[in-house]
Design a protein around this ligand. Structure first.
Ligand code: MN
Length: 725
């Protein structure tokens, strides 16, 4: 572990190298200030706290940043951890330094490992800060790097959290900013704590093959150097083993053991000029055998993070493939320190040019309309996916996610171009709009003033989040009615598919609960969202499925306040009033007045509000709705018990020709057959007709039918009907 003095000496040496004439007194003043402020604090390893900001300043100096960044690095924890304020720092070191420290403090306070919602908020802040002053982010990354380097002093739980966060946020950021060297170190340290077994396996292997590897790399390096010296190209060449995390990734993706991996070696040739880069490439291809398809010219088309180099993979006499990267010194600086190096070269010509932050702006743009998890996902995709580079007809390079189509291209140019697109030309030929673009394609978008706007299919064809977001925005704005109709039918189809009743969405008690879960004020808005693609019907139904099931259960149990449900089917059921209700034991039973069933009739049970089960004849019109989904839950299976002691009340309507004494004849017939009559009513109808309604008791349907036959034998009784009120 380095002492304060050693760190201090290192910082001075680095500054002397790239910024000779730095005001060291000002640096000393900052160190003294921070030292005083942190004087009562210690690092986890027991060393004085000042070691940390000093080490961060050293990393920032290695990046080659300006004096203000160095000062801010030294002071970066003062606002966060001590009583120093923005104004205090501004008074002594100027407002720029104070702004930088404040920016770092904000990022430090942001907790990137909480829920995704919070994460999005923090990431947004981070990017905001970044688009305002990139130096804040660079200092924050240096701060993280030093904390990673001293990770062994943290608790195991904290190690995991911090390393996860580093892999999720800081390493991708470093990659995007082109800071390869930092990115590798962040990844390797993270791997060491996140997957210690694999990390150790790789390290042990590399250790045990060290001599072998060095001998191989030496041979290749000498072969290259000898040739280049012979032809008079001034150069530096060296070999290295690829970093641990990239080896780990290869093992994972290829499912191979360390021993089976080729391509562990990378060589670099650094030269003075771009023509020399291409000359060196020619010599490399002359010295070794080319592996086809691996040559990449990132000099003529730089990566979006500004990386430039020629890459080629070759095989020597040893039969081991290796990659050679050829670049100039300036490209090398950019490759190692990314945007920081760029910033350094651009010093004095207006730092942080607009176009360098294009990807930041793109991320900010596309995040506005998506929810948190989608945003995190899109961020990850955008950061990790390889890019494809295509040209406008005027030769401007446009970088898009790999797999992009002319639709993506059109929206990357401008949403107006995308919305007016009617077709595309790729390399001057008409191409379909789902053509997958290749590196170097020249893409021209054909537009028309009368274009109808994007089609919904485009959402599934396009690859970039940018295009998807803009298409969704268009639909959201332009096609409300259509969206609602389209969304409603997808939603209803999805509900049917899931076997859920649509009527639940208009239930006054349940509906607000579901809407709240869906985060919409009303159903129409939700349909519209599904329509324009902001939400899928599947996702919407998935969100409310459990609530619907719960609501249906509650409603059922409310309708059966005094019914006791038992688990075992069909055993020990008690007949009540001669009827057994399946699945429900000893509930109240009544016979529906409308159809008055008697034993032997086919019957159905309906769960009534507060009155137990009401038994209907299967052919009763009131039972006809039992197959409708919303009603189905209330209809239960019932059957007649075997015992027949109890009489059942039923009703018959007799159609008669009106005459005196008819009602008496009916009563006489009933009495003669020992039928217990409960009620009798006569009603005259026009045309000398009348209806006599009788309510009486029978044991079963056979008895009922024999009585009916006898009644029909009475003179002037012309017809009969089972009673229906
Ligand atoms: Mn810190």
């Amino acid at each position: 572990m380095e002492t304060f003095e050693e760190h201090y000496a290192d910082l001075q040496a680095t500054l002397a190298k790239y910024m000779p004439g730095t005001d060291l007194e000002l640096i000393d003043k900052a160190i003294a200030y921070a030292r005083e402020k942190h004087k009562d604090q210690k690092r986890k390893d027991g060393s004085p706290y000042i070691i940390h900001p000093l080490a961060v300043a050293e990393i920032v100096a290695e990046m080659g940043l300006d004096i203000e960044s160095i000062l801010a690095s030294i002071l970066h924890d003062c606002i966060e951890d001590t009583d120093a304020s923005h104004d205090d720092i501004a008074k002594i070191f100027g407002s720029t330094v104070a702004e930088l420290v404040e920016g770092v403090t904000k990022l430090t306070k942001a907790n990137f490992s909480t829920t995704e919602q919070a994460q999005m908020e923090n990431l947004r802040k981070m990017f905001m800060a970044m688009s305002k002053d990139i130096r804040v982010v660079l200092i924050k990354i240096a701060d993280r790097l030093h904390n990673m380097r001293t990770m062994q002093y943290q608790s195991p739980a904290k190690q995991i959290i911090k390393c996860r966060e580093t892999m999720d946020i800081y390493a991708p950021l470093a990659h995007r900013l082109g800071m390869q060297k930092l990115k590798w170190e962040l990844e390797d340290i993270s791997l060491r704590y996140l997957v210690p077994d694999d990390y150790n396996t790789i390290m042990t292997y590399l250790d045990s093959h060290k001599d072998q590897d060095e001998a191989f790399m030496n041979t290749i390096r000498l072969t290259i150097s000898e040739r280049l010296s012979n032809v008079g190209i001034h150069h530096t060449a060296y070999g290295r083993i690829k970093h641990v995390y990239s080896i780990y990734r290869k093992m994972q993706t290829q499912g191979k053991q360390m021993e089976e991996l080729y391509d562990l070696y990378a060589f670099r040739v650094i030269v003075d000029t771009i023509p020399d880069c291409y000359n060196v490439l020619g010599h490399i291809h002359d010295l070794f055998n080319l592996v086809p398809g691996r040559f990449k010219d990132y000099i003529s088309t730089p990566k979006p993070n500004m990386y430039q180099s020629l890459h080629t993979t070759v095989i020597g006499k040893q039969g081991i493939p290796f990659e050679v990267q050829i670049r100039t010194w300036e490209m090398h600086e950019t490759a190692e320190y990314g945007i920081a190096a760029h910033w350094k070269y651009k010093q004095g010509t207006g730092a942080g040019e607009e176009k360098d932050f294009e990807w930041v702006r793109r991320l900010l743009e596309s995040q506005q309309d998506s929810d948190a998890d989608e945003y995190i996902e899109s961020l990850k995709i955008d950061m990790f996916d390889d890019e494809v580079f295509v040209f406008t007809p005027k030769g401007r390079i446009v970088s898009l996610p790999a797999g992009s189509t002319p639709i993506d291209f059109a929206y990357a140019i401008h949403s107006g171009v995308g919305n007016a697109m009617v077709g595309a030309k790729v390399n001057n030929r008409i191409a379909s709009i789902d053509t997958m673009l290749q590196n170097g394609d020249i893409v021209e978008i054909l537009t028309s003033k009368t274009a109808k706007g994007p089609s919904r299919d485009w959402l599934t064809i396009c690859k970039s989040n940018q295009a998807r977001t803009k298409i969704k925005q268009w639909f959201k704005k332009e096609k409300r009615e259509e969206n609602v109709a389209h969304g409603r039918s997808s939603f209803e189809a999805e509900m049917r598919q899931a076997g859920l009743p649509l009527s639940i969405t208009i239930d006054p008690e349940v509906s607000p609960v579901l809407l709240k879960k869906l985060a919409f004020d009303n159903w129409e808005d939700m349909y519209a969202a599904i329509g324009y693609g902001g939400l899928t019907a599947l996702k919407a139904v998935g969100r409310i499925r459990d609530d619907i099931h719960r609501a249906m259960k509650i409603q059922q149990s409310e309708r059966l306040p005094h019914l006791h449900r038992t688990e075992e089917p069909n055993t020990n059921r008690h007949a009540v009033n001669g009827v057994i209700v399946e699945d429900i034991d000893s509930c109240m039973i009544k016979f529906a007045k409308c159809c008055a069933p008697v034993p032997g009739d086919a019957i159905e049970g309906f769960i009534t509000k507060g009155f137990g089960v009401s038994v209907h004849r299967s052919d009763c019109p009131n039972a006809a709705n039992r197959h409708e989904p919303i009603q189905a839950a209330r209809w239960v299976r019932v059957r007649w018990a075997n015992q027949e002691e109890q009489p059942f009340e039923t009703t018959l309507e007799l159609d008669c020709i009106t005459r005196d004494g008819l009602v008496l004849d009916v009563v006489t017939a009933m009495t003669a057959n020992r039928v217990r009559l409960k009620e009798i009513n006569g009603k005259d109808l026009p045309d000398n007709k009348s209806v006599v309604t009788i309510r009486f008791e029978v044991k079963n349907v056979e008895e009922l039918e024999s009585i009916r036959t006898k009644l029909l034998n009475i003179r002037d009784v012309v017809g009969s009907r089972r009673g229906q009120n």
